[in-house]
Design a binder for this molecule. Structure first.
Ligand code: SF4
Ligand code: SF4
Ligand code: SF4
Length: 319
């Protein structure tokens, strides 16, 4: 076990070092087409790092607090670059690409309704346990099951669960404890008889749904919605250091940014230039990578351009 821990540490250090070198290369050379690869690398490193944090940190709520504080400064960068569940869905998208299957876009109206409903989901996940547990009615036994110690906050931690966890899990293969987001919640709510059925149903449903609709669960996820609320809070609007910026004069309304966005954000396309304001954006920067006009979209970090879109329609000129 100490050897595995040391190997993990080395992997994390190597991962962070390589990701850092790539980030500098992108920043220096503006190789925007490499953002997707860089993001994948950071996502892999993040899953390993989170496993390591889970192994050494007893109070995982500190991890959640860290994610919320990060969102104040970087917007939903966590969702785009670090979230393990987001990473699994991105992997499924890659599988779909290998098989050359087209993804489906949710109709704009349905997507809009879902966006509004997500606040209802959040209220349910966060408040229902508290309301039920303070009401002494026939619901009481169910309320106790639903609330549990810190249950609403543990639900928010669920998408962060790495595939292998350092504690007992309902799914164990050759002594390795496997997990999947929300598996521990199913185990908590449903007890031994139903937990495995619920977990496997959820796994199959999210995999199938993600094959058709990119970042499927991100449209319902209570953690992502909470982060979106932090992002929306007007008092913090001036704070996020990382944000998207559009130069209206360079936009030809080609619509590529809207098509490639994994969560169907429309503001980059629709907004008339300037800082892009939307709580839905995951800061994945896929739109910047794919916008085919030089310097039309930019990722700004503390007012400075970190990288920008490039003209990939014309071959690069040789000097
Ligand atoms: S919305 Fe939820 S599942 Fe999606 S990336 Fe954010 S935290 Fe992860
Ligand atoms: S991809 Fe770029 S040029 Fe095309 S609509 Fe979006 S911002 Fe405008
Ligand atoms: S708007 Fe751009 S950066 Fe935001 S989620 Fe969509 S593709 Fe990613």
């Amino acid at each position: 076990m100490p050897i595995i821990a040391e190997l993990l540490k080395l992997t994390i250090l190597a991962g962070v070092a390589i990701a850092g070198i790539l980030a500098v290369l992108i920043w220096k050379k503006n190789l925007t087409a490499r953002v997707t690869y860089l993001r994948f690398w950071i996502q892999i490193t993040s899953v390993i790092t989170i496993f390591y944090i889970y192994s050494v940190l007893n109070q995982l709520l500190f991890l959640l607090a860290g994610v919320f504080i990060m969102t104040i400064f970087l917007g939903r960068f966590f969702c785009g670059w670090f979230c393990p569940f987001g990473f699994y869905m991105d992997l499924i998208t890659q599988v779909r690409r290998v098989f050359k299957r087209r993804y489906r876009k949710l109709p704009v109206k349905i997507n809009g309704v879902l966006n509004r409903l997500r606040y209802g989901f959040l209220v349910f996940f966060l408040l229902a346990p508290l309301i039920f547990s303070s009401t002494n009615t026939w619901l009481w036994p169910y309320a106790l099951t639903l609330s549990g110690p810190f249950r609403p906050l543990l639900v928010l931690l669920s998408p962060l669960e790495p595939l292998i966890i350092p504690w007992a899990s309902p799914i164990s293969v050759s002594g390795v404890n496997i997990s999947y987001p929300y598996a521990s919640d199913f185990a908590f709510y449903l007890g031994e008889n139903l937990e495995l059925i619920a977990i496997f149903t959820f796994i199959i449903l999210t995999i199938i749904a993600s094959l058709f609709v990119r970042r499927f669960w991100c449209r319902f996820c209570p953690t992502g919605i909470s982060l979106a609320v932090v992002n929306r809070f007007k008092g913090f609007k001036w704070l996020p250091f990382v944000y998207l910026y559009k130069v209206e004069e360079k936009c030809t309304k080609c619509g590529i940014c809207e098509r490639v966005c994994p969560v169907q954000v429309t503001e980059v396309y629709e907004q008339k230039g300037g800082k892009i304001n939307t709580s839905m954006c995951l800061n994945c920067f896929r739109c910047v990578e794919m916008c085919p006009y030089e310097s039309c979209l930019k990722v700004n970090l503390a007012g400075k351009t970190l990288f920008k879109s490039r003209n990939w329609l014309e071959p690069a000129k040789t000097e």
